[in-house]
Design a protein around this ligand. Sequence first.
Ligand code: FAD
Length: 320
Amino acid sequence: EKIQEALLEEKKVLFSFEFFPPKTEDGVENLLERMERMVAHNPAFCDITWGAGGSTADLTLDIANKMQNIICVESMMHLTCTNMPVDKIDHALQTIKSNGLQNVLALRGDPPHGQDKFVQIQGGFACALDLVTHIRAKYGDYFGVTVAGYPEAHPDAIGTDGLASPEAYQSDLAYLKRKVDAGADLIITQLFYDTDVFLKFVHDCRQIGITCPIVPGIMPINNYKGFIRMTGFCKTKIPAEVTAALEPIKDNEEAVKSYGIHLGTEMCKKILAHGIRTLHLYTLNMEKSALAILMNLGLIEETKISRPLPWRRPANVFRV
Ligand code: FAD
């Protein structure tokens, strides 16, 4: 089934989980077991990322197939199009089609490691818009096509002050509309930690006539260094209160995780209160924080994952 159809039909709140392909065989085994446990909570769909330039192609295709046909959850495969010959893109699309997957997240991809800018290969695609257009031209309506949206604008449009100019923000939105007009039927957003920024983005999308569902990408903070690295890479705004809460506990991993669950829960509550009906969780291949947030929201049954909230107590109590 196409994911957007389920999202549009269903009245209750839905959620989904994103995973990435692990580096080792043991890692893949563990991930599949974890997925099985998480799928028991009935996500609307799960998705698996694609290494830029096709670096994880075979593994991503294999995991996507297992998700759809062994774990039996509606699955979406990410597919990046830069540094990828068109026949490799078609091979991936044909493979998932023959495995019964109907959902793809069409992306440009980042430049390969160590490169600042990506190089458009001869006869290849330059941006996600080209990939969406290609999928619709070659596969008609078979696929549900999702694209990425950037509540703070794409990092390329963000200046050294950490902000996109109003013009850059608007041109980013107009480009997103072109992706939708070319045939995308669902938007998943880049991670953010300022919920108001996301809500404004949804409003601005609606203003320019983007009508498809816009699903917020929520990344629970699991670990301080990872959070700083990821928000730095994505040029994500960190609200002052998040910095203030994290700084005193940053060396206490357990406290950071608990705070991440608290923050994720509060963000989701606010998003749901504004009428958004689907939450997309970037799991980073971990289950506890994502499930704890969903449990706090009353979206899944109680499990044994509840944890105390050590971040509420003075950090030194937890330094052993
Ligand atoms: P595009 O939509 O092509 O565009 C990116 C930006 O470039 C636009 O927002 C716009 O500002 C500008 N731009 C491009 N073309 C034009 C144009 N013609 N006119 C005007 N502006 C233009 N990366 C991976 O490698 N693998 C993954 O699995 C993966 N999954 C992701 C999932 C989500 C939900 C998100 C948000 C990102 C993901 N990424 C992934 C990262 C993504 O590949 C990068 O952010 C990449 O830099 C942009 O991809 P895109 O599809 O958004 O690009």
